[in-house]
Structures are given as structure tokens and as C-alpha cells.
Design a protein around this ligand. Structure first.
Ligand SMILES: Nc1ncnc2c1ncn2[C@@H]1O[C@H](COP(=O)(O)OP(=O)(O)OP(=O)(O)O)[C@@H](O)[C@H]1O
Length: 222
């Protein structure tokens, strides 16, 4: 379970530009559930997701994942927590365009000390799950937006994380590819992943495999 306790994020604290982006957020996200974090642009979705993903630290409050506090882990511990527990899917894909699909998907495994054989096996499983096996030797710059998204999904899955964090995953996709993304998430749900999707895309409304929609407005859960 992920438990968020009295989480606050204040940017530029104690300056004229001070901005209170997250205000006393309390949340409980059950293991193996799919949760939509919904709110308009600027409501605080990405800020919350990046703190959940240990990419940034809160000003106050805590996040407990399976009993361990992760909000203020030192950088080295945070990166090892990410490497073993989290998969990220961003709207901009964050891929290396000049590398091929296999190279991109292998990247999260590099610091984990696997043999080449283990890496090949894990990459192959992730490419299959994300439906992008057929493009495995293609340079990423030659792929369509939907295909790049599937590479990003494969990369997020390659370390077999329990938690998948998605930030506006369909922002750059057409309807067809957005629906394919949703089907990929449905498949992950059957694999007992905990999935958190920050989005304002109405395509995520009323999906049967979504357990909860959390509305965020001006940095507060409403
Ligand atoms: N580094 C920063 N410094 C100052 N203010 C910031 C910073 N990052 C975000 N903010 C502000 O915090 C608020 C929440 O931003 P956030 O990116 O979390 O919104 P969002 O809901 O994800 O929006 P979008 O859907 O447009 O991505 C915004 O008003 C934003 O301007």
C-alpha cells in the first residue's frame, strides 16, 4: 500500500515567488489498484507524481510504501528505490532517439548488475507485454508517436516494478493509440501492478479496471 500523509510542496519557499503547490495531501492507494489522478493543468498532478516517484522531495509530510518512508530518502537510496520498485511513463516518452528500441528498453537494467543473458530475457518479456517486439531493432527516431509510447511502456516494465507512474500518458497520442495505451494498462492490472495515472484526458473516465479517481484542484484533494 502507498500511504501519503499530510504532504505539502512549497516552491521557492520564503521568497516573493513562494507557491504552495500541494496542500496537506492525504491518500491511500491500495496495492494492485489502478488510480486516476485527475485535475486541470496546474492543479499539482505532476508535482505529486514526482514526489511519489522520489524524483523530488516534499516540503513536509511523508509517503509510506509497504511500510517504508520514501519521501526524504537520500538521493542514492531514492535512485535504488526507483530502480527496483518504480516504472515511469511520461507524455514526452523521454527516450533516446538515436538509440534503437532494445537499447532504450535496456537502460533501467544497466545499474542493476544483470548478465547480458538476463538483460535479453527481461527486455524480450517487456517488449512483448508492450506490443513492440516487431520494432526491436529500429532506431527510435523512426517510430510513430504510438510506437514510441509502447517503447516507453516496455522501458517502464523492464525491471518488473510493482508500481507504474504515468504522467499525461496520452497527451501526444491520437484516439486509436490512446485506446491501445488503455488496453496495455488493463493488461498490467491483471499482472497486479499498482498503476497511478495523472491525466485530464476524458478517455480515462468510466474505465472498468480503474479502482479510484482522485480529483485534485489547486493542490488539494477535492
Ligand atoms: N519548479 C517549480 N517552481 C515553481 N512553481 C512550480 C514548479 N513546478 C511546478 N510549479 C507550479 O505548481 C503548480 C502545479 O504544477 P504541476 O506541474 O504539478 O501541475 P499539473 O497538474 O501536473 O499540470 P499539467 O497538467 O499542465 O502538467 C503550477 O502552478 C506550477 O506552475
Amino acid at each position: 500500500m502507498i500511504q501519503v500523509n499530510k504532504l505539502n510542496k512549497i516552491f521557492n519557499e520564503n521568497t516573493k515567488k513562494q507557491f504552495h503547490a500541494l496542500k496537506d495531501i492525504n491518500l491511500q492507494i491500495q496495492t494492485s489498484s489502478c488510480v486516476i489522478l485527475k485535475g486541470v493543468s496546474g492543479s499539482g498532478k505532476s508535482t505529486l507524481l514526482s514526489i511519489l516517484g522520489t524524483l523530488s522531495k516534499p516540503s513536509s509530510g511523508d509517503i509510506i510504501v509497504n511500510g517504508d518512508s520514501i519521501a526524504k530518502l537520500p538521493d542514492l537510496h531514492a535512485s535504488s528505490f526507483r530502480a527496483t520498485n518504480l516504472g515511469f511513463i511520461f507524455q514526452s516518452y523521454n527516450l533516446f532517439n538515436e538509440l534503437d528500441v532494445i537499447q532504450n528498453v535496456s537502460i533501467p537494467l544497466v545499474p542493476l548488475g544483470f548478465t547480458q543473458k538476463q538483460i535479453n530475457e527481461k527486455v524480450s518479456i517487456a517488449l512483448n507485454l508492450a506490443n513492440i517486439e516487431h520494432k526491436k531493432n529500429e532506431t527510435v527516431s523512426n517510430l510513430s508517436g504510438g510506437e514510441k509510447q509502447r517503447v516507453a511502456i516496455a522501458r517502464a516494465l523492464v525491471n518488473n516494478p510493482d508500481i507504474i507512474l504515468c504522467d499525461e500518458p496520452t497527451a501526444n497520442l491520437d484516439k486509436d493509440n490512446s485506446l491501445k495505451f488503455i488496453e496495455a494498462m488493463r493488461k498490467l492490472k491483471t499482472l497486479d501492478k499498482t498503476i497511478i495515472i495523472a491525466t485530464h484526458d476524458p478517455i480515462f473516465e468510466n474505465l472498468d479496471f480503474v479502482d479510484e479517481v482522485i480529483n485534485i484542484k489547486d493542490g488539494e484533494i477535492v
